[in-house]
Design a protein around this ligand. Structure first.
Ligand SMILES: [Fe+2]
Ligand SMILES: [Fe+2]
Length: 171
């Protein structure tokens, strides 16, 4: 839930930028790079990564109610949908950089969609899913989950820069 607060701040940045684009301003490719990097690495790899690989995986072993199981499946499909939108945004930003002005409409449309879907997703997790999920974990399991989150985060910096060096070596 703490991570959701940082995601909301970037969503507010995206909302402001989308409104400026709609008002006739050109999209800013460098700001879009930051938005894409944040959504890919922080929101998806780091945040959704902990949800899917640790929390949801542990919950999947529990006798969840049908409502809870469907809510979890919907959250997972939201993650996949945002991942797809961010991929499209990255492609459009590439087009924009190469001087293709037709990318602007698509960039605005994707930003507007992300600005709507993220807060709704976060609201379902914060207000309903996470409080319900805690009922399936005993205090020891919750403690182990927090430790696993910390370990997951610690590995990410090495994963990120390991991948970066590997990519650079191939060039
Ligand atoms: Fe999520
Ligand atoms: Fe989340």
């Amino acid at each position: 839930m703490i991570e959701h607060r940082l995601i909301e701040r970037m969503i507010a940045v995206m909302d402001r930028h989308q409104k400026k684009i709609d008002g006739g301003q050109d999209p800013d490719p460098r700001l879009l790079d930051d938005i894409i990097d944040f959504l890919r690495f922080y929101a998806d790899r780091c945040h959704h990564g902990k949800e899917e690989e640790l929390l949801f995986r542990a919950l999947a072993e529990k006798p969840l109610t049908q409502t809870m199981r469907s809510a979890m499946e919907r959250l997972i499909s939201d993650h996949a949908h945002s991942r797809k939108l961010v991929g499209e945004l990255d492609e459009l930003n590439g087009k924009l950089r190469s001087g293709d002005g037709t990318a602007t409409g698509g960039i605005s449309r994707i930003l507007a969609e992300l600005v709507i879907i993220y807060p709704d997703h976060i609201c379902r997790e914060d207000r309903v899913f996470f409080p319900q999920a805690m009922k399936y974990l005993d205090p020891q399991e919750r403690e182990a989950m927090l430790q696993a989150f910390t370990d997951f985060d610690r590995r990410l910096i090495h994963e990120r820069y390991g991948n970066l060096v590997q990519g650079a070596e191939r060039r």
